[in-house]
Write a protein that binds this ligand. Structure first.
Ligand code: LLP
Length: 438
């Protein structure tokens, strides 16, 4: 019998008496206690993955090397508190993420402000609040930071974001290191070298190093190693030609995560080791001081530490065509299938011992035919009221959630020694809060 138990993907999933357990908690009971749609987070797994990165980076790249949690994957006050407790840095990409980190008491000297289009008010707010570093994309931003930092009487630390010219073979929307990318300054065209020369000269800019991020959800290690080679060679060239000593080299994020059985299992420590061999070899061969290495994992820290529970609201069978199971969520809490056609594992979480022989498409509740979570999956036959679980939704689900159709966002509950709400469920009042009554 092809029962759903064969599909358990990660070590925080288990089955007891036909019910799916996540992080040791009975998902049916959680759905009853908190309502659905409900996003669950496994606190121990989040902390454990942060520790894997932290320990491996120090071990293979040396003292001072560290992960930054790329908080665009999932940003809320509690996650910055956890990052702070675990002693890792963070990458923020907007005023909203910055503000959330401030609210969490995250030490901003350990925060790196990303993004390819920062406004003057973003820059001013960040400097006034003591941001550690800007990761600078272009000349316009470089000059703006120099001017604003100067007005505030500060010399601002920055890294320059460079494009190493790597095609990582992931979805085109999440590949970022190609020479014609909207992000960063290209090495291949010589423009990277020129912007370094400018940055060194500006009075209120304190250039500390370089950054590259090649893309996201990448399983192959080769593009990461190629990018590391290109970046460390660049570091060598700016030393030789300009006498510039690079203190920090940030190699970005992007390791893949297993969403479905056919995805490979990734050993993050092994990946870090392999990348470090490229950096270490270059530095040894060229008798070159090794910079501090930073990396920016987002997805791999939170994706499989999260899952979403829904309730089936209708089962529709179109004779001779297909079956739909419509749920009480959809593209408003998980737009990734609609956007990228992303694969997900779907389970009838209260029927884990039943045969998965009912082929259906999981449809969301929004007024849009493309509002699907997954097409043509096999689960046991369900009916209105049954729970549907979608696994590995911790990254880029809640953070990309919207209020389309004025659908309130789900609650997020973190499971650790206790279960606790970390983001409250939105109410209809919340989604109309900013409206002005005429
Ligand atoms: N650093 C930078 C500069 C980034 O742009 C990103 C992701 C990361 C680090 C983290 O990469 P990760 O380790 O999470 O792969 N919304 C898309 C993903 C967009 C990724 C954006 N940048 C998705 O749902 O797949």
């Amino acid at each position: 019998m092809n029962c759903q138990m064969t599909k358990l993907l990660h070590d925080n999933l288990s089955v007891k008496d036909g019910t799916l357990y996540f992080a040791g908690y009975n998902t049916t009971e959680l759905a009853q206690k908190y309502g659905t749609p409900l996003m669950l987070l496994d606190e121990k797994k989040i902390r454990n993955t942060m520790r894997i990165y932290k320990n491996a980076m120090e071990k293979y790249f040396g003292k001072g090397s560290k992960p930054l949690y790329a908080s665009k994957a999932l940003s809320f006050v509690g996650i910055y508190q956890i990052a702070k407790e675990e002693g890792i840095n963070t990458d923020i990409v907007s005023i909203g993420e910055l503000y959330t980190a401030i609210k969490a008491g995250f030490p901003l000297e350990n925060a790196f402000f990303h993004g390819n289009a920062k406004s003057d008010s973003d820059i001013k707010f960040a400097i006034e609040n003591g941001i550690g570093y800007f990761i600078v994309d272009t000349y316009d931003e470089l000059y703006a930071i120099d001017k604003i930092a100067g007005e505030l009487g500060k010399k601002q630390k920055i890294l320059l974001r460079l494009t190493p010219g790597i095609d990582p073979h992931t979805h085109s929307a999440i590949a970022t290191g190609k020479v014609d990318s909207k992000f960063g300054t290209a090495i291949e065209t010589g423009q990277a070298f020129e912007i370094v020369k400018t940055a060194i000269m500006l009075p209120s800019i304190d250039l500390r190093g370089f950054h590259a991020h090649i893309g996201s959800q990448i399983f192959d290690i080769k593009p990461f190693c190629d990018s590391a080679d290109i970046m460390i060679r660049f570091v060598g060239e700016v030393k030789d030609s300009l006498g510039f000593d690079t203190e920090i080299l940030n190699l970005g994020g992007g390791f893949g995560v297993r969403y479905v059985e056919s995805d490979p299992v990734i050993d993050y420590e092994e990946n870090i080791k392999l990348i470090s061999e490229h950096i270490n070899e270059y530095c040894e061969e060229n008798d070159f001081p090794k910079p501090i290495i930073l990396m920016e994992p987002g997805r791999s820290i939170v994706a499989d530490s999260g899952m979403t529970l829904y309730t089936a609201l209708s089962v529709k069978e179109i004779t001779g065509y297909k079956n739909y199971v419509a749920i009480d969520g959809g593209m408003t809490d998980n737009p990734r299938y609609a956007l990228y056609g992303s694969s997900y594992t779907v389970l009838a979480s209260g029927k884990m011992d039943k045969e998965a022989n009912y082929e259906c498409t999981i449809a969301g509740r929004n007024c849009e035919s493309g509002d699907l979570i997954q097409e043509n999956v096999k689960i046991p036959k369900v009916q209105r009221g049954d729970n549907i679980a979608v696994l590995v939704t911790g990254a880029y689900n809640y953070s990309m959630a919207s209020n389309y159709n004025r659908v309130p966002r789900p609650a997020v509950v973190m499971l650790g020694d206790t279960d606790r709400v970390v983001i409250n469920r939105e109410t209809p009042e919340d989604v109309s809060r900013l409206d002005v009554i005429l």
